[in-house]
Every structure is written in C-alpha cells, then in structure tokens.
Ligand binder design. Structure first.
Ligand code: UDP
Length: 317
C-alpha cells in the first residue's frame, strides 16, 4: 500500500485510536481530529513521538480545511450514556460532522469512510440484520439523536456519492469491545467487567434476555481497513461478530472469568433498548473476505487484563 495522507475524526476515541495505530504501522501519515468530549489523549500517547502522526483538537461540527486522500469519519460519542448526555450536540456531531467531511472530501477528491452503526436497524424486526433491511427506529426517542444522526449521515454519504461523485463508503459497526474503553464508558462490556473486578453488583438492565453480538476491536479494525482499501464497493456493510449472547449470559461469563463474588441485580430496561441484535456478515465475507477471528472469551480475557490495569491507576477517567 502506498503511504497516504489520512484524516481520522474521533481518532482519540476507543475505535479511532486503534485504527490510528494500525494505519501508522502500515506507514501512513495520520492526522487525528478530536474535540476530546469522549476521546482521550491517553489513547494516542504511544503515537506521540511518531513523525507521521499529528493530533488537532477540533470539533467536527465546525468545518476543517486541509487536503487528505482518505478520511475516516468516526467522531461521535457511541455509548448510550455519553450520547444521551447532550443529545442535541450528538445529532450535530453526526449531521454537521459528515456534512463538513463530505464537503472536504468533495473539494480534495478524498475517499471517505463513514462509521455508521447497527443502531440504524433500531429494534429490528429482521434477525439477524442484513444490510438490505431498512430498520425499525423511533424518530423521537432518547436514542434517536444517535440513530437518526447516523441514518442521516448515511443519507448524505449516498447523496454526495450520487450527486457529486464523492467516493464514499459506509460501514455499520455492531457492538465492539476491547482495551481503551473508558472505565466509566457505560456500555455493557465495560460496566460488567469493572463491576465484577470491584466486587460491585452487576447491573443487568431488564431481565437480561435481550441479545447483543460482541466484536473484539482488532477484528473490527481489520474489517475497516479491508473496506477502505476496496475499490468500487460503497457498502453499507455490516462489521460485527455474529456470535449472539443474552446480556445475562454475558454477565455470567464475566463473573466466571473474573472469579468475582458480585451478584447480578436487575435494573429497569432503558427505553427503546433493542431486544435482539446480530449481524449477518455474508456481505463482508464475500466482498471483503473478512470475518472476525477472536471468540468472546478470548477477547474478554484481554479486556479484563486491560481493566485490571486501569483500575490500579486509582482515578476513574
Ligand atoms: N446493559 C446492561 N447493563 C449495563 C449496561 C448495558 O444490562 O450496565 C444492557 C443494555 O440495556 C443493552 C445491552 O446491555 O441491552 C447493550 O448495551 P450497551 O449500552 O453496551 O450498547 P447498545 O447495544 O445498547 O447500544
């Protein structure tokens, strides 16, 4: 691969920072744009001395002007806790962010990859979810800022592609976990591991029968790179691990693996919480030759080790 000049918005976040690391390893020149609302400089610390790496503190809802060959648009808080804290800003980040990045891609002829989400399927009536399914999303609920923000981002990518010939690509990311998630991120994998390690109650929302499919971050990043490197395939394409678990099963696995004495308690189910979720990855397999390799327990082992270290730092960031 020729060295490319690359922009990653949200590059200080959980997925964005892993992507940054892989692109630097491949010899690319990477600029990270992040307003640090949920991203952390700590995630980028190991790249700081690298001449091919640069960090710019910037909010993607404001225009940014510089030429790039590849743009990865990842800026947006992704944990329900985080994106519901300032829902108006969440919609602005997705909507104005993709507008600004598509405008930039159009001006400098860049390829743009949009990080979309399984949330575009809402509470799905088709299971597992295939890309051709249009979804079942509440437009006025507490998750809408994220779901509809990402849906309109997909619309804009598709229209800039049709109307202006911008080389856009859409990936739909399913639940992802791994090192660099924040201790207080609020998502289920980090919550359960941190609670188990601290001997606190494991907070299962609802009766725990809802399902999710968990992809280890390095598998996801491989899929992202395969998609970006593929010509003539705009997507959308699902990227996720098709192994499906109930939330209660996840709690039991985490308790077993940590040897924790934590009890499982049930708290109210948040509104519009999808009842099932599992990607159909046939398209990713056939178009990209991609599928995840890391089984849940293997990924959890590495993630538990990461959180054990984080918790010895004492302070929760
Ligand atoms: N969940 C839970 N306990 C927690 C956090 C989340 O039971 O402490 C549940 C949540 O209600 C949802 C699933 O775990 O059904 C996944 O939640 P997460 O916030 O990780 O992501 P989502 O897939 O909902 O965006």
């Amino acid at each position: 691969m020729n060295a490319k000049k690359i922009l990653i918005t949200g590059g200080a976040g959980f997925i964005g920072s892993h992507l940054t690391g892989e692109l630097l390893k491949l010899g690319h020149n990477v600029t990270v744009l992040d307003n640090l609302s949920s991203g952390r400089l700590e995630n980028l610390r190991e790249y700081e001395g690298n001449d091919s790496f640069r960090f710019v503190r910037h909010d993607v809802s404001e225009p940014y002007c510089e030429d790039f060959e590849w743009i990865f648009n990842f800026a947006c808080p992704a944990s329900p806790d985080a994106y519901q804290t300032d829902p108006i800003q969440t919609t602005k980040t997705s909507m104005l962010g993709v507008f600004n990045m598509l405008g930039l891609a159009k001006r400098c002829g860049a390829r743009l990859l949009q990080a979309s989400t399984s949330e575009v399927y809402g509470d799905p009536k088709v299971h597992p979810q295939v890309e051709s399914y249009w979804g079942n999303v509440n437009p006025i609920g507490v998750r809408s800022c994220y779901d509809e923000g990402k849906r309109v981002a997909e619309t804009l990518c598709s229209d800039y592609r049709r109307q202006n010939g911008v080389d856009t690509k859409i990936i739909r990311i399913f639940n992802t976990y791994g090192p660099r998630m924040r201790v207080n991120d609020g998502r289920v994998v980090s919550n359960f591991i941190v609670q188990a390690l601290q001997g606190k109650d494991i907070t299962v929302y609802g009766d725990g029968s809802q399902t999710r499919s968990f992809c280890y971050v390095s598998d996801l990043v491989r899929g992202i790179l395969a998609m970006m490197g593929k010509d003539g395939f705009p997507g959308p394409v699902n990227l996720g691990n098709p192994g499906e678990f109930t939330v209660r099963e996840l709690a039991e696995i985490v308790i077993g693996m940590t040897g924790s004495k934590s009890r499982i308690i049930n708290l109210p189910l948040p509104s519009d919480d999808p009842t099932v979720r599992r990607p159909d990855i046939s398209l990713a397999k056939s178009e990209l030759g991609w599928e995840p390799k890391i089984a849940l327990k293997e990924g959890l082992k590495m993630t538990i080790a990461y959180f054990e270290k984080e918790l010895t730092k004492g302070e929760i960031k």
